[in-house]
Ligand binder design. Structure first.
Ligand code: NDP
Length: 284
Protein backbone atom coordinates (compact mmCIF):
# COMPACT_ATOMS: atom_id res chain seq x y z
CA UNK A 1 0.00 0.00 0.00
CA UNK A 2 1.23 3.45 -0.82
CA UNK A 3 2.18 6.29 1.51
CA UNK A 4 -0.36 9.10 1.39
CA UNK A 5 1.44 12.44 1.28
CA UNK A 6 -0.22 14.69 3.84
CA UNK A 7 -0.17 18.18 2.30
CA UNK A 8 -2.17 19.64 5.19
CA UNK A 9 0.45 18.57 7.72
CA UNK A 10 3.47 19.56 5.58
CA UNK A 11 1.87 22.93 4.88
CA UNK A 12 1.20 23.44 8.61
CA UNK A 13 4.87 22.78 9.43
CA UNK A 14 6.03 25.23 6.72
CA UNK A 15 3.60 27.94 7.87
CA UNK A 16 4.89 27.53 11.43
CA UNK A 17 8.48 27.92 10.15
CA UNK A 18 7.43 31.07 8.28
CA UNK A 19 5.71 32.45 11.41
CA UNK A 20 8.97 32.08 13.39
CA UNK A 21 11.11 33.52 10.58
CA UNK A 22 8.71 36.47 10.33
CA UNK A 23 9.12 37.22 14.04
CA UNK A 24 12.91 37.25 13.66
CA UNK A 25 12.65 39.39 10.52
CA UNK A 26 10.43 41.92 12.27
CA UNK A 27 12.76 42.09 15.28
CA UNK A 28 15.74 42.72 13.01
CA UNK A 29 14.19 45.24 10.64
CA UNK A 30 11.05 46.65 12.28
CA UNK A 31 9.30 45.76 9.01
CA UNK A 32 6.16 43.61 8.73
CA UNK A 33 5.86 41.65 5.47
CA UNK A 34 2.75 42.83 3.61
CA UNK A 35 0.66 41.07 0.98
CA UNK A 36 -2.03 42.77 -1.11
CA UNK A 37 -4.63 40.55 -2.75
CA UNK A 38 -6.83 42.02 -5.47
CA UNK A 39 -10.11 40.39 -6.42
CA UNK A 40 -12.20 41.48 -9.40
CA UNK A 41 -15.78 40.24 -9.49
CA UNK A 42 -17.65 37.81 -7.26
CA UNK A 43 -16.60 34.34 -8.46
CA UNK A 44 -17.40 32.12 -5.42
CA UNK A 45 -14.24 29.96 -5.69
CA UNK A 46 -12.03 33.07 -6.02
CA UNK A 47 -13.71 34.63 -2.98
CA UNK A 48 -12.90 31.52 -0.93
CA UNK A 49 -9.24 31.54 -2.10
CA UNK A 50 -8.85 35.25 -1.30
CA UNK A 51 -10.33 34.80 2.18
CA UNK A 52 -8.00 31.85 2.86
CA UNK A 53 -4.97 33.82 1.72
CA UNK A 54 -5.83 36.74 4.00
CA UNK A 55 -6.33 34.43 6.98
CA UNK A 56 -3.05 32.58 6.29
CA UNK A 57 -1.21 35.94 6.19
CA UNK A 58 -2.59 37.00 9.53
CA UNK A 59 -1.67 33.67 11.13
CA UNK A 60 2.02 34.09 10.26
CA UNK A 61 2.09 37.76 11.33
CA UNK A 62 1.94 39.46 7.92
CA UNK A 63 0.03 42.57 7.05
CA UNK A 64 -2.80 41.56 4.73
CA UNK A 65 -4.72 43.98 2.54
CA UNK A 66 -7.62 43.11 0.30
CA UNK A 67 -8.87 45.15 -2.67
CA UNK A 68 -12.17 44.34 -4.35
CA UNK A 69 -13.41 45.61 -7.69
CA UNK A 70 -16.79 44.89 -9.24
CA UNK A 71 -17.02 42.38 -12.08
CA UNK A 72 -17.54 45.17 -14.64
CA UNK A 73 -14.46 47.16 -13.55
CA UNK A 74 -12.27 48.49 -16.35
CA UNK A 75 -8.69 47.38 -16.88
CA UNK A 76 -7.36 50.87 -16.17
CA UNK A 77 -8.91 50.85 -12.66
CA UNK A 78 -7.06 47.64 -11.85
CA UNK A 79 -3.82 48.94 -13.37
CA UNK A 80 -4.10 52.08 -11.20
CA UNK A 81 -4.42 49.98 -8.03
CA UNK A 82 -1.37 47.95 -9.08
CA UNK A 83 0.58 51.15 -9.74
CA UNK A 84 -0.20 52.37 -6.22
CA UNK A 85 0.71 49.03 -4.68
CA UNK A 86 4.00 48.92 -6.62
CA UNK A 87 4.89 52.24 -4.94
CA UNK A 88 3.62 51.31 -1.46
CA UNK A 89 6.56 50.44 0.83
CA UNK A 90 4.25 48.56 3.26
CA UNK A 91 3.36 46.07 0.50
CA UNK A 92 5.98 43.49 -0.49
CA UNK A 93 3.80 41.09 -2.44
CA UNK A 94 0.93 41.70 -4.88
CA UNK A 95 -1.43 38.97 -6.01
CA UNK A 96 -4.23 39.50 -8.50
CA UNK A 97 -6.66 36.61 -8.20
CA UNK A 98 -7.18 34.90 -11.57
CA UNK A 99 -9.24 34.38 -13.67
CA UNK A 100 -10.12 38.00 -14.51
CA UNK A 101 -13.32 39.11 -16.27
CA UNK A 102 -13.18 39.12 -20.07
CA UNK A 103 -12.77 42.91 -20.49
CA UNK A 104 -9.44 42.82 -18.62
CA UNK A 105 -6.29 41.42 -20.27
CA UNK A 106 -4.64 39.11 -17.71
CA UNK A 107 -1.23 39.39 -19.33
CA UNK A 108 -1.29 43.23 -19.21
CA UNK A 109 -2.16 43.03 -15.51
CA UNK A 110 0.55 40.48 -14.74
CA UNK A 111 3.13 42.59 -16.55
CA UNK A 112 2.11 45.72 -14.61
CA UNK A 113 3.14 44.17 -11.28
CA UNK A 114 6.70 45.04 -10.24
CA UNK A 115 8.67 41.76 -10.69
CA UNK A 116 10.06 41.94 -7.14
CA UNK A 117 6.47 42.09 -5.79
CA UNK A 118 5.14 39.41 -8.15
CA UNK A 119 4.72 36.70 -5.51
CA UNK A 120 2.72 34.53 -7.94
CA UNK A 121 5.82 34.27 -10.12
CA UNK A 122 3.88 34.94 -13.35
CA UNK A 123 5.69 38.10 -14.55
CA UNK A 124 7.83 37.49 -17.65
CA UNK A 125 10.94 38.56 -15.71
CA UNK A 126 10.34 35.85 -13.11
CA UNK A 127 9.41 33.28 -15.78
CA UNK A 128 12.56 34.18 -17.73
CA UNK A 129 14.73 33.88 -14.64
CA UNK A 130 13.32 30.42 -13.99
CA UNK A 131 14.10 29.38 -17.58
CA UNK A 132 17.64 30.79 -17.24
CA UNK A 133 18.25 28.80 -14.05
CA UNK A 134 18.45 31.89 -11.83
CA UNK A 135 14.99 31.92 -10.22
CA UNK A 136 13.34 34.97 -8.67
CA UNK A 137 9.78 34.40 -7.41
CA UNK A 138 8.61 30.96 -8.56
CA UNK A 139 4.96 30.05 -9.18
CA UNK A 140 3.46 28.74 -5.94
CA UNK A 141 1.84 25.44 -6.97
CA UNK A 142 4.89 23.97 -8.75
CA UNK A 143 7.15 25.17 -5.94
CA UNK A 144 4.78 23.51 -3.46
CA UNK A 145 5.04 20.22 -5.35
CA UNK A 146 8.86 20.27 -5.10
CA UNK A 147 8.53 20.95 -1.34
CA UNK A 148 6.13 18.02 -0.98
CA UNK A 149 8.62 15.70 -2.72
CA UNK A 150 11.59 16.99 -0.72
CA UNK A 151 9.87 16.83 2.63
CA UNK A 152 8.58 13.32 1.90
CA UNK A 153 12.12 12.19 1.07
CA UNK A 154 11.41 11.42 -2.60
CA UNK A 155 14.64 11.74 -4.62
CA UNK A 156 14.22 13.67 -7.88
CA UNK A 157 17.66 13.42 -9.52
CA UNK A 158 17.81 10.99 -12.43
CA UNK A 159 14.09 10.15 -12.22
CA UNK A 160 11.75 9.98 -15.18
CA UNK A 161 9.11 12.68 -14.50
CA UNK A 162 5.94 12.92 -16.58
CA UNK A 163 3.64 15.94 -16.24
CA UNK A 164 0.15 15.90 -17.73
CA UNK A 165 -0.68 19.56 -18.45
CA UNK A 166 1.37 22.42 -19.91
CA UNK A 167 -0.22 25.53 -18.39
CA UNK A 168 1.84 28.59 -17.48
CA UNK A 169 0.85 28.29 -13.83
CA UNK A 170 1.52 24.59 -13.23
CA UNK A 171 2.86 22.33 -16.00
CA UNK A 172 5.52 24.53 -17.61
CA UNK A 173 7.13 25.97 -14.46
CA UNK A 174 7.05 22.54 -12.80
CA UNK A 175 8.88 21.04 -15.78
CA UNK A 176 11.63 23.66 -15.36
CA UNK A 177 11.90 23.08 -11.60
CA UNK A 178 12.15 19.29 -12.03
CA UNK A 179 14.68 19.73 -14.83
CA UNK A 180 16.78 21.98 -12.57
CA UNK A 181 16.74 19.11 -10.06
CA UNK A 182 18.07 16.74 -12.74
CA UNK A 183 14.94 14.75 -13.55
CA UNK A 184 14.24 13.71 -17.15
CA UNK A 185 11.06 15.49 -18.18
CA UNK A 186 8.12 14.69 -20.43
CA UNK A 187 5.24 17.17 -20.65
CA UNK A 188 1.93 15.83 -22.02
CA UNK A 189 -1.13 17.70 -23.30
CA UNK A 190 -4.28 17.13 -25.34
CA UNK A 191 -2.32 16.32 -28.55
CA UNK A 192 -0.07 13.75 -26.87
CA UNK A 193 -0.36 10.43 -28.68
CA UNK A 194 -0.77 7.38 -26.52
CA UNK A 195 -0.91 9.08 -23.15
CA UNK A 196 -1.08 5.83 -21.10
CA UNK A 197 2.16 4.57 -22.66
CA UNK A 198 3.87 7.83 -21.70
CA UNK A 199 2.48 8.07 -18.17
CA UNK A 200 3.48 4.43 -17.51
CA UNK A 201 7.14 5.46 -17.96
CA UNK A 202 6.94 7.86 -15.02
CA UNK A 203 8.81 7.40 -11.75
CA UNK A 204 7.17 10.69 -10.76
CA UNK A 205 3.78 11.34 -12.37
CA UNK A 206 2.12 14.74 -11.97
CA UNK A 207 -1.48 15.19 -13.12
CA UNK A 208 -2.38 18.84 -13.77
CA UNK A 209 -5.00 18.60 -16.51
CA UNK A 210 -8.23 19.65 -14.79
CA UNK A 211 -9.95 16.49 -15.99
CA UNK A 212 -11.69 14.49 -13.25
CA UNK A 213 -10.04 11.11 -12.46
CA UNK A 214 -8.50 10.81 -15.94
CA UNK A 215 -5.40 9.01 -14.63
CA UNK A 216 -6.55 5.39 -14.26
CA UNK A 217 -4.76 2.54 -12.52
CA UNK A 218 -3.37 1.00 -15.73
CA UNK A 219 -1.70 4.31 -16.65
CA UNK A 220 0.63 4.18 -13.64
CA UNK A 221 3.81 2.17 -13.19
CA UNK A 222 4.09 0.02 -10.07
CA UNK A 223 5.96 2.05 -7.40
CA UNK A 224 5.51 5.47 -9.04
CA UNK A 225 5.14 8.67 -7.00
CA UNK A 226 1.83 10.27 -8.02
CA UNK A 227 1.08 13.97 -7.47
CA UNK A 228 -2.47 15.10 -8.17
CA UNK A 229 -2.85 18.83 -8.80
CA UNK A 230 -6.38 18.65 -10.18
CA UNK A 231 -9.29 20.21 -8.34
CA UNK A 232 -12.54 19.32 -10.07
CA UNK A 233 -15.96 20.01 -8.62
CA UNK A 234 -18.45 17.39 -9.85
CA UNK A 235 -22.16 18.02 -10.41
CA UNK A 236 -22.96 16.14 -7.18
CA UNK A 237 -20.75 18.63 -5.28
CA UNK A 238 -17.82 16.25 -4.69
CA UNK A 239 -14.28 17.60 -5.14
CA UNK A 240 -12.05 15.13 -7.00
CA UNK A 241 -8.58 15.26 -8.47
CA UNK A 242 -7.27 14.26 -11.89
CA UNK A 243 -6.26 10.86 -10.50
CA UNK A 244 -8.66 7.97 -9.88
CA UNK A 245 -7.36 7.60 -6.33
CA UNK A 246 -8.86 4.18 -5.45
CA UNK A 247 -7.35 2.55 -8.57
CA UNK A 248 -4.01 4.31 -8.52
CA UNK A 249 -3.17 4.29 -4.79
CA UNK A 250 -2.48 0.51 -4.60
CA UNK A 251 0.14 0.82 -7.39
CA UNK A 252 1.84 4.02 -6.22
CA UNK A 253 4.68 4.22 -3.68
CA UNK A 254 3.46 7.70 -2.68
CA UNK A 255 0.31 9.60 -3.64
CA UNK A 256 -1.30 12.95 -2.79
CA UNK A 257 -5.01 13.02 -1.90
CA UNK A 258 -7.52 15.64 -3.11
CA UNK A 259 -8.26 17.62 -1.04
CA UNK A 260 -5.35 17.81 1.39
CA UNK A 261 -2.44 17.22 -0.99
CA UNK A 262 -1.09 19.92 -3.31
CA UNK A 263 -3.77 22.54 -2.51
CA UNK A 264 -2.57 23.58 0.97
CA UNK A 265 1.01 23.88 -0.33
CA UNK A 266 0.09 26.65 -2.76
CA UNK A 267 -0.80 29.05 0.06
CA UNK A 268 2.27 28.07 2.08
CA UNK A 269 4.50 28.96 -0.91
CA UNK A 270 2.67 32.27 -1.38
CA UNK A 271 3.62 33.14 2.21
CA UNK A 272 7.19 32.01 1.56
CA UNK A 273 7.43 34.21 -1.55
CA UNK A 274 6.03 37.21 0.35
CA UNK A 275 8.58 36.81 3.15
CA UNK A 276 11.33 36.46 0.52
CA UNK A 277 10.07 39.65 -1.18
CA UNK A 278 10.24 41.53 2.15
CA UNK A 279 13.76 40.19 2.75
CA UNK A 280 14.82 41.39 -0.69
CA UNK A 281 13.58 44.90 0.07
CA UNK A 282 15.61 44.91 3.28
CA UNK A 283 18.64 43.33 1.55
CA UNK A 284 18.46 40.31 3.89
P1 NDP B 1 -5.33 24.58 -17.66
O1 NDP B 1 -6.73 24.31 -18.12
O2 NDP B 1 -4.73 25.92 -17.87
O3 NDP B 1 -4.36 23.53 -18.37
C1 NDP B 1 -4.68 22.17 -18.45
C2 NDP B 1 -3.60 21.45 -19.21
O4 NDP B 1 -3.90 20.06 -19.22
C3 NDP B 1 -3.50 21.88 -20.67
O5 NDP B 1 -2.13 21.95 -21.04
C4 NDP B 1 -4.23 20.78 -21.44
O6 NDP B 1 -3.68 20.53 -22.72
C5 NDP B 1 -3.97 19.56 -20.54
N1 NDP B 1 -5.03 18.58 -20.62
C6 NDP B 1 -6.35 18.76 -20.34
N2 NDP B 1 -7.04 17.61 -20.52
C7 NDP B 1 -6.13 16.70 -20.95
C8 NDP B 1 -6.23 15.34 -21.36
N3 NDP B 1 -7.41 14.69 -21.32
N4 NDP B 1 -5.10 14.71 -21.73
C9 NDP B 1 -3.90 15.35 -21.77
N5 NDP B 1 -3.76 16.64 -21.40
C10 NDP B 1 -4.84 17.31 -21.01
O7 NDP B 1 -5.30 24.13 -16.14
P2 NDP B 1 -4.37 24.58 -14.90
O8 NDP B 1 -2.95 24.19 -15.14
O9 NDP B 1 -4.69 25.95 -14.52
O10 NDP B 1 -4.99 23.62 -13.78
C11 NDP B 1 -4.98 22.22 -13.88
C12 NDP B 1 -5.73 21.64 -12.71
O11 NDP B 1 -5.05 21.94 -11.52
C13 NDP B 1 -7.16 22.19 -12.52
O12 NDP B 1 -7.98 21.16 -12.01
C14 NDP B 1 -6.98 23.26 -11.49
O13 NDP B 1 -8.15 23.49 -10.73
C15 NDP B 1 -5.90 22.65 -10.64
N6 NDP B 1 -5.09 23.62 -9.91
C16 NDP B 1 -4.87 23.37 -8.60
C17 NDP B 1 -4.08 24.21 -7.86
C18 NDP B 1 -3.83 23.89 -6.44
O14 NDP B 1 -3.42 24.74 -5.68
N7 NDP B 1 -4.04 22.64 -6.03
C19 NDP B 1 -3.48 25.43 -8.44
C20 NDP B 1 -3.70 25.54 -9.86
C21 NDP B 1 -4.48 24.68 -10.55
P3 NDP B 1 -3.69 21.63 -23.92
O15 NDP B 1 -2.59 22.60 -23.57
O16 NDP B 1 -3.39 20.83 -25.14
O17 NDP B 1 -5.05 22.24 -23.90
Amino acid sequence: MSEIINGNEISRVIREEIRKQTLTFREKTGVTPGLAVVLVGADPASQIYVRRKGKACEEVGFLSREFRLSGDAEEKELLEIIRQLNDDPAIHGILVQLPLPRQIRSQAVIEAIAPQKDVDGFHPVNVGRLVAGNPGHVACTPQGIIELLDRTGVAIEGKEAVIVGRSNIVGKPLALLLLARHATITVCHTRTRNLPETTRRADILVAAAGSPEMIRGEMVKEGAVVIDVGMNRLNDGRLVGDVAFAEVAPRASHITPVPGGVGPMTIAMLLQNTLNAARLTENL
